[in-house]
Design a protein around this ligand. Sequence first.
Ligand SMILES: *Cc1c(COP(=O)(O)O)cnc(C)c1O
Length: 376
Amino acid sequence: MIPFNKPYLTGKEAHYLYQAVYSGQLSGNGKYTKKCQQYFEDALGVKKTLLTTSCTDALEMCAILLNIQPGDEVIVPSYTFVSTALAFVRQGAKIIFIDSRVDYPGFDEDQLESLITSKTKAIVPVHYAGIACDMDIIMKLADKYDLFVVEDAAQAIDSYYKGKPLGSIGHLSCLSFHETKNIQCGEGGLLVINDDRFVNRAEVIWEKGTNRAEFFRGEIDKYGWVDIGSSFLPSELNASFLYAQLEEIESIQNQRRKLWQKYFDGLNELMKNGIIKLPVIPDYATNNGHMFYLICRNKAERNGLIDFLKDNNIHAVFHYLSLHSSKYYHSKHDGRLLPNADKYSETLVRLPFHLFISSTEVELIVETVKNFFSNK
Ligand SMILES: *Cc1c(COP(=O)(O)O)cnc(C)c1O
């Protein structure tokens, strides 16, 4: 079976883990945490980033930082991972789901203004497959209505919007290093703080509600309990592993983009014949080779394709089930139909995507997809 995902290793992970283990400091906010944060502060051109135990945790930190209260509304796409909404729901937010665009699963910027009310607090665009949302539209509306923007950039490392790195545009942003993402440490995440007003409080929330970070910098003589928070910081074990991956990011990204292009070129003919749709990358966006997806004409065809691939030892998968129809939220949803989100739930297929796939295997996968559609 060609697996759908297989986490990549650079070969240096064990080396840095060993260094961390024998350095004598294993808890968080040590040498490797600082190295990783420095990497992202440089790459994103922002003042402060904080490594977290997951992207979900980084999103929860955002909900706390924005003081989300019961009754506040937060605009989130329906076609996304649970965490994008869950992090705000835990603080009592009402989620106002926005539909996907016809040509893009992420976020329909054109519907945004009509969903903003006097209760809206934040907008959470998701850069699906690492392809940017149209951030100018979103930031302009946030400015006009005095709202905060939290980018869910979980899939969007090393991807850009009009030359700006994703994760550096919203007031706050969140990245993921889960093993299914381009750069991984098993479980891990990052909070990016672009708005200086949040820096001090973010450090406190990160360190269990204490001002310990300031204490360690020698800015105060004792530390104590000053706010709410949790233990959002990962240990040096995660950070040292992650650092090995970050050192190789350029080569990882080049290989991933090559793999993506090979799929795209191989399946282009099916797209031209109108049998499937392939990802669209607008002029303002870049491709970071996060995943390769295709869209079938209907649900039966999509399920048939996944089964056919499985019979041919290829593990392909569908993706999100629209959150507005989920078991947990559907009774709380305001009832609006979100046909594009549902369409992607029913017709999207993700092909195996990782760096252990050989060229021959990509050709085999492409041929198998073509065979499935040959008599359709
Ligand atoms: C992976 C992912 C998350 C969750 O990331 P974790 O690090 O697993 O918490 C959130 N949002 C999106 C869009 C994701 O793809």
